[in-house]
Design a protein around this ligand. Structure first.
Ligand code: RP5
Length: 163
């Protein structure tokens, strides 16, 4: 079955983080497929995935990796699809290494970089849904209603007391 969003990551150990992106997509009934594609350990799989992603029907790629996080940028070099990069929080440097590896792309090869860790992964899914919603009225409406509900929650608890 063709789904619009590919969620790829450098290791099985990234799944705890990257499943947040999938949760966000599912929340808005946007289809996804998740798989491990390692830039360093499975380079041939990386090339095959990146070169075929558009023909397979994907519209957006979310790529998460940690440490020397070359996956999003390498994918972006080989596909015309938009790539959203998620810096996974690394053990050694808490994800700063991942962030800098992903965000500092050379001019002409674009990766939309999100925040480090689970917030970034969730927001990557949310942003992908919003991008698809820009030309899908029903999806855009679901997102608008969700945002309004989030605002209502904050407003319902906005008064914290008075001395
Ligand atoms: C990267 O190295 C992966 O994206 C992962 O975040 C990190 C560590 O991988 P494992 O050693 O846990 O497989 O390629």
């Amino acid at each position: 079955m063709t789904v619009p969003v590919a969620v790829v990551m450098g290791s099985q150990s990234d799944w705890d983080t990257m499943k947040e992106a999938c949760d966000a997509l599912s929340q808005f009934a946007v289809g996804w497929k998740a798989q491990v594609v390692s830039a360093h350990r499975t380079p041939e799989r990386l090339f095959e995935f990146s070169r075929n992603a558009a023909d397979e029907g994907y519209r957006i790629i979310i790529a998460g990796a940690g440490g020397a996080a070359h996956l999003p940028g390498m994918i972006a070099s080989m596909t015309p699809l938009p790539v959203l990069g998620v810096p996974v929080q690394s053990r050694a440097l808490s994800g700063l290494d991942s962030l800098l590896s992903i965000v500092q792309m050379p001019k002409g090869v674009a990766v939309g970089t999100l925040a480090i860790g689970t917030a970034g992964a969730y927001n990557a899914g949310l942003l992908a849904a919003q991008m698809l919603g820009s030309h899908d009225d029903a999806l855009r409406q679901r997102i608008a209603e969700w945002k309004a509900a989030r605002a209502d929650e904050v407003l319902a608890n906005a008064d914290l007391g008075q001395g």
